[in-house]
Design a binder for this molecule. Structure first.
Ligand code: GAP
Length: 457
């Protein structure tokens, strides 16, 4: 059955909580809206998503360098970038219940909680104020006294740090356009619309790359990055029919953009096609704005004397959104014996939090010792987990739910001839393998191209 018919956001939220991947932050105090914490498997999965992105940017190419810029920058950054003036959502307040809504997201038929007890023939809808623009940046103050000049902002995108450092990087990286600067880090936005789990949160990690090109090359690089970024998700196991590229209409464009396309994912339920990543042609907007505001020269000088302000193509992805789509696309439920249901995350092995679980069949007869020995062989190569608690069936199910591609089981035969069974998460096939062959086997499998078992039918 196609995943989108089985999976719901509620099931993903429940699985993430049950297995400790992702859960509401500050839960003992009742939580805080649109804010989540990542537990052990969530951290491992997130790290794998970020690593896969870094590899696509750095290891697989040699025209991109890395950067890690500060979250709090000189506040003039955000004036020049247009964020102080223009990074706003139109908000309306309900005069009856005092709740705040995004004007472009309000449902005119929604019943106001303050009027819910009124008889049905009376107007029970919200009584909205006129829309006002509300800046999405979080403000804080630097220093012990809150006075003028001490206000700073938590960055709403990592991109600006890259523009501020452009000239410095150009010098020490000994590069000339076309080349890119990539960065991964937290960004912050005072979002008030319901978040749909980790789809929209107050703080979130971005994976952004600014690719600087001679102006006349911008169109071809824009096309290149649109295709490359879509393919990245496919290569990591998302089914192509759940992905699409959508060009923004002119009235949707951000203040800095002369062209933007979104990679969209077909999320389940009411979310439907929603933005996973944006690829923008930012032109010379940012570099020119910072050159003007700072009075510093930001031009590139070619050996032939040509001077120009590069144009920028920007693929900007969210770690949380990518991770959520990988989870949704991997989620499956299968009927097994006795009418039971097996819940399994068919994640790309590269993304799986744990690659191999090592399980002694019983907690005696030397099996745990041999299992520890097997784990020790695999540890230098990949993330492993040892588990000896509970029935073997329950342990397999636990690993299925966190997406572990292979389980190695040590049984009585293992002690006799140093072989183990390797169980495949997707096919459920079990094969007998010599312990000494395990590192080579898993290293080969991890390095091999992978196709979602759902695509295979
Ligand atoms: N530098 C360009 C930029 O920030 P954006 O479309 O506003 O563009 C890029 O953000 C990506 O960051 C989005 O496609 C999304 O994946 C992620 N993102 C943005 N706001 C988010 C939020 N509140 N929560 C989670 N992810 C978010």
């Amino acid at each position: 059955m196609p995943t989108q018919d089985i999976v719901t956001l509620d099931k993903i939220v429940a699985l993430c909580k049950r297995r400790g991947l992702i859960f509401p932050a500050s839960e003992i105090y009742g939580g805080i809206a649109n804010t989540y914490d990542y537990g052990h498997y969530g951290v491992l999965l997130k790290r794998n998503v970020i690593d896969a992105w870094w590899d696509a940017m750095l290891q697989d190419r040699d025209d991109i360098v890395a950067l890690d810029s500060a979250i709090i920058q000189n506040p003039r950054t955000w004036e020049a970038s247009g964020h102080v003036g223009g990074f706003t959502d139109p908000l309306v307040d309900c005069r009856s219940c005092n709740q705040r809504f995004r004007a472009d997201h309000v449902n005119p038929d929604e019943i106001c909680p303050a009027k819910a007890t009124l008889p049905k023939d009376q107007d029970r809808r919200h009584d909205f104020t006129e829309a006002r623009e509300f800046n999405l940046m979080f403000e804080t103050t630097v220093g012990p006294v809150k006075d003028t000049g001490s206000t700073v902002y938590l960055r709403p995108e990592t991109a600006q740090g890259i523009f501020l450092d452009f000239k410095t990087v150009l010098t020490f990286a000994r590069r000339r356009p076309p080349f890119g600067i990539a960065q991964v880090g937290k960004s912050f936005r005072n979002e008030i619309t319901p978040g749909n789990f980790i789809f929209r949160t107050l703080e979130f990690e971005q994976m952004e790359m600014e690719f600087f090109v001679p102006p006349e090359q911008a169109p071809e690089w824009y096309d290149h990055w649109k295709a490359a970024r879509l393919q990245w998700y496919v290569d990591l196991g998302i089914r192509p029919d759940h992905l699409r590229l959508r060009d923004h209409d002119p009235d949707e464009l951000s203040h800095y953009s002369s062209g933007t396309a979104d990679v969209e994912y077909d999320y389940p339920g009411t979310m439907g096609w929603s933005e996973l990543e944006g690829i923008a042609n930012r032109g010379d907007f940012d570099l020119t704005a910072h050159a003007k505001a700072s009075g510093k020269d930001i031009e590139v000088v070619e050996p032939d004397g040509r001077r120009y302000v590069p144009h920028v193509i920007e693929p900007a992805a969210g770690v949380g959104r990518a991770l959520l789509s990988f989870l949704i696309d991997a989620y499956d439920e299968e009927q097994v014996a006795d009418g039971d249901v097996r819940t399994v995350l068919k994640l790309h092995p590269r993304l799986a939090p744990v690659k191999v679980a090592v399980l002694p069949l019983v907690k005696k007869d030397g099996q745990p010792d041999l299992a520890r020995e097997v784990q020790a062989k695999l540890k230098p190569l990949m993330q492993t987990e040892y588990d000896e608690g509970g029935s073997i069936g329950k342990r397999y199910r636990r690993q299925d739910e966190i997406g572990t591609p292979w389980c190695v089981t040590i049984d009585h035969e293992s002690l006799e001839n140093r072989t183990v069974t390797v169980r495949d998460r997707d096919s459920l096939a079990q094969e007998r393998v010599a312990i000494d062959d395990l590192p080579g086997l898993f290293a080969t499998r991890l390095a091999s191209p992978w196709t979602s078992p759902k695509l295979k039918g």
